[in-house]
Design a protein around this ligand. Structure first.
Ligand SMILES: Cc1ncc(C[n+]2csc(CCOP(=O)(O)OP(=O)(O)O)c2C)c(N)n1
Ligand code: SF4
Ligand SMILES: [Mg+2]
Length: 340
């Protein structure tokens, strides 16, 4: 089957390279509290990594946190009336307005502090916890406005690469050639025909103080990024990849394995952009072939050699550009013989 797709070009105007900082992170000194603020008993699917992200995010941010949650799996699976799994103030918002509601909450906190109704020294975190659809698609303008106005809000986008709670439709972050219910692989097309939107780079182009990508399979790195986001005085954006069993179609026991392979193949690069300095935070000495990541997942089962080779080329190009932005080969060369 012949379908014309271009290799995309990632670009980030204005970023300065910085050395990988993995070794500088003091993970050992970073004890997590025992208190659970994302409680068990939710309705997320078995092996869903949304719970891993939400639980650890709140352990880092603590009880003085307000969660703004647009519609999506994270929302419908945790707040079935009259129960909730969130032991912090939490608000449901519409699919597309997470950034606007969080902006209003942050502005209201400022006013209440100014009037003396809240202790001006009290640090309250406002977090948007939104899916890829609620961020990269319908919530895009609300997010962009929030970043532009520089509200002190931590925006966490959990990215399962599709509209999962409504039946696995494609989104702006669905990868090339993944089969979804609105881009089904068949005789006409080999799955989704668009590239994944580089949301972290798009957020960074707003010139905000902190942007990062994270992966729950690399927990210390993800925790560190939540911590840094909470410390900046302005907006921060963290794009977290999140494995989804029904959407990606892997055996539930591979929920973390598939995320490890995402990073080991260079499909997903963990980096941060702090005050304009770009660093890769989880270096990968040698890359495994992308096939290792693809073959665990039913959404890529239809791919032939040609499509897999094309996806490998896309990753090679992305990695090259990200290494250039970091100023070194932090993501190493492809090892075609590597065992998965
Ligand atoms: C304006 C509007 N359009 C459509 C919907 C239906 N809807 C609710 S959530 C959702 C998709 C959510 O996708 P995402 O943000 O990626 O979250 P996920 O379900 O994957 O966790 C859709 C289409 C809606 N609630 N509001
Ligand atoms: S459909 Fe996917 S994202 Fe939604 S709860 Fe299930 S595993 Fe999680
Ligand atoms: Mg989604």
């Amino acid at each position: 089957m012949k379908v014309k797709v271009d290799v995309r070009g990632l670009q980030l105007p204005g970023a300065r390279p910085g050395a990988a900082v993995e070794a500088a992170y003091e993970f050992d000194n970073f004890a997590l509290p025992e208190q659970e603020l994302f409680l068990p008993g939710h309705g997320l699917c078995a092996s869903c990594t949304i719970g891993v992200i939400a639980r650890h995010m709140l352990k880092v941010l603590g009880p003085d946190t307000i969660v703004v949650n647009p519609t999506g799996c994270a929302e419908v699976s945790t707040v079935t009336y009259p129960r909730t799994n969130w032991a912090v103030p939490w608000i449901h918002v519409a699919f597309g307005n997470g950034g606007s509601v969080a902006s209003g909450i942050e502005a209201a906190i400022k006013v209440l502090k100014r009037r003396g109704a809240i202790d001006p020294n009290r640090k309250i975190n406002v977090v948007v916890f939104a899916g890829d659809g609620g961020t990269a698609d319908i919530g895009f303008q609300a997010l962009s406005g929030m970043l532009e106005r520089r509200h002190r809000v931590i925006y966490v986008m959990y990215d399962n690469e599709g509209y999962m709670n409504t039946g696995i439709q494609r989104s702006g972050t669905t990868p090339l050639f993944a089969s979804a219910t609105t881009s089904p692989a068949g005789r006409k097309i080999p799955g989704n025909l668009t590239h994944k939107k580089p949301m972290a780079l798009i957020a960074a182009a707003h010139g905000i103080p902190y942007v990062a990508t994270a992966n729950p399979a690399y927990l210390p790195d993800m925790l560190q990024k939540f911590k840094k986001a909470a410390e900046v005085d302005g907006p921060s954006f963290i794009h977290v990849i999140q494995s989804c069993q029904p959407g990606w179609r892997f055996e539930p026991k591979y929920a973390i394995k598939v995320l490890e392979l995402a990073t080991e193949t260079g499909y997903w690069v963990n980096y941060e952009i702090e005050d304009g300095v770009f660093r890769i935070t989880v270096p990968v000495p040698k890359r495994k072939p992308v096939e290792c990541f693809l073959k665990l997942q039913g959404r890529f089962r239809h791919l032939g050699k040609e499509e897999i080779a094309f996806l490998q080329k896309v990753i090679d190009e992305d990695v090259k550009r990200l290494n250039e932005m970091a100023g070194g080969e932090y993501i190493g060369p492809l090892d075609p013989e590597a065992a998965c």
